[in-house]
Write a protein that binds this ligand. Structure first.
Ligand code: SF4
Length: 490
């Protein structure tokens, strides 16, 4: 039977046999409904068209406004690996001539996750699931059932600030992406769509992320041999002159389905077993895949559809225009301006700027979590709805009051100062909470605690911070200062 491949099912593991016939559908309507980042649109279309070129005459590649229209044109029954959004899942389930197969592209099965989660009675922690999954799939395990190196969690080794006095980490850059005629054709199409009224965010630029399996594999192999050794210690650090640090830059490749996470885990573990990379690096990378990636995937389906709009902290403010429009030049706060410019110019910043700069700022200001899910989804090259719902609602915005994390990821400027080189060149002072030089993150931290103190009062991990709040003698002035700042860019 012909296999229908969605645009995030592009690797060979989505086919059963090499000669299988394929249906692919490119729908301009997807880009007309919401404004996506220009480089995300380019990457997605480029990856789909490159895959179609590889498949040659085995693919029926249709450009239609809707999927239903394409299936009518195809005129034959198809099967499809379960798509990754609720909306698409409902669509394929409702279509007569479509057989839906189990999802692919994840390490662990949903049945396994459900039986694990059901047994936890509401307390779900990624760390617990990660250990369960490593056991079950024999990843970084010793023959006696203990974790490699004797420890499950090497976060303590992986939370170093950036090395002092450097502007870049000493790691070789990933293999360069060379655009081809397919990229040029996509660029011309997007230019034409924009002229016809389709809106995009961000700026266009050279393609920075893999659109083919060959490019993704080259980046994976290079990462494991040349960048992974330094990934672990500095995975939480930020340098203004080095947006990529030693990160793999592979999240978009996994999420487009170009790579199977199992092959990446195997490569990283092999490198550790032959002493080519330290355990902390291999463990940190594997944790991102079998830990966070699989975990948020399963949560997307495990929680009901209403989870996306959960808002237990009553965060009701709309995203200000400067943030929604990625207007980094409107921002003085050096960390926020640099990170926002990274989103605007590349459609990518790594997980700490996402969590501790962008998410932290939104959490402090009480911006609507659902709007943040949508913002992250549209503006990041690796952003998909299933990725962002639990990551943003549960982790970054703590809108579920702790279903998946133990406390809010709210922090003042001292955290950013410790983990980056931003503050030394900033007009604000991370130690100051009041006055001209008051760091908006430091002042925002105290106003966040003040606003949410009742909702957070039952959280033992917040007790110390809430006690400190009681001793802030100038709290009223900080609140007045932040009210005065309102939604203006800091
Ligand atoms: Fe960011 Fe505050 Fe540091 Fe400026 S002082 S870079 S606003 S944390």
């Amino acid at each position: 039977m012909r296999r229908w491949l969605f645009g995030d099912q592009l690797g060979p593991h989505f086919l059963d046999e090499p000669q299988q016939t394929v249906l692919m559908v490119e729908s301009r309507g997807v880009f007309e409904r919401r404004a996506f980042h220009r480089q995300k649109a380019h990457l997605t279309l480029s990856a789909m068209r490159h895959r179609a070129a590889e498949l040659g005459d085995r693919v029926l590649y249709l450009k239609t406004r809707t999927y239903r229209e394409a299936l009518r044109l195809a005129g034959e029954p198809v099967d499809v690996c379960a798509p990754t959004t609720l909306r698409a899942r409902r669509l394929v389930d409702a279509l007569d001539d479509v057989t839906v197969l189990p999802p692919r592209g994840y390490v662990t099965s949903h049945e396994d996750f459900v039986s694990w989660a059901d047994a936890r009675r509401g307390t779900l922690r990624m760390e617990d699931y990660y250990r369960h999954a490593r056991h079950r799939h024999d990843v970084l395990m010793e023959p006696d059932g203990s974790p490699a190196g004797g420890k499950w969690n090497l976060d303590a080794d992986n939370r170093n600030p950036p090395p002092r006095g450097v502007t870049r980490l000493n790691v070789p850059p990933p293999p360069e992406i060379v655009e081809d005629e397919i990229d040029a054709e996509v660029r011309a199409d997007l230019d034409r769509w924009a002229a016809e009224g389709v809106e995009f965010t961000g700026v266009d630029g050279p393609r920075l992320f893999p659109a083919t399996r060959a490019e993704a594999l080259a980046r994976l192999r290079h990462f494991v041999t040349d960048r992974l050794p330094l990934f672990g210690p500095y995975e939480d650090a930020m340098l203004s002159g080095d947006p990529f640090m030693a990160h793999s830059l592979l999240s978009s490749s996994f999420n487009l389905g170009l790579l199977d996470p199992v092959e990446a885990i195997d490569l990283a573990e092999q490198a550790y077993r032959v002493d080519a990379v330290p355990l902390a690096g291999a463990e940190g990378f594997i944790r991102q895949l079998i830990g966070w990636r699989d975990y948020v995937w399963h949560l997307y389906w495990y929680f009901d559809a209403g989870y996306r709009s959960v808002n237990e902290l009553h965060a009701r403010n709309r995203l200000p225009d400067w943030f929604a429009n990625l207007d980094a030049d409107a921002v003085d706060a050096r960390c926020l301006s640099d990170v926002l410019s990274g989103v605007r110019d590349r459609g990518y910043v790594h997980h700490i700027p996402r969590l501790m700069v962008l998410g932290n700022y939104a959490l402090q200001r009480g911006w609507r979590p659902a709007a943040m899910v949508d913002w992250f989804h549209r503006n990041f090259v690796d952003g998909f709805e299933w990725v962002m719902v639990a990551n943003v609602v549960g982790m970054s915005q703590y809108a579920d009051l702790g279903k998946i994390t133990t406390k809010p990821y709210a922090a003042g400027g001292n955290y950013i100062n410790r983990m980056s080189d931003y503050c030394s060149g900033c007009r604000y002072d991370p130690r100051t909470r009041l006055g001209e030089n008051a760091c908006p993150f430091t002042a925002g931290y105290w106003t966040f605690l003040h606003r949410t103190r009742e909702r957070l009062s039952g959280n033992v991990r917040m007790m110390r911070s809430l006690q400190q709040l009681e001793s802030i003698h100038d709290l009223d002035q900080i609140i007045a200062q932040e009210q005065d700042r309102g939604s203006r860019a800091p």
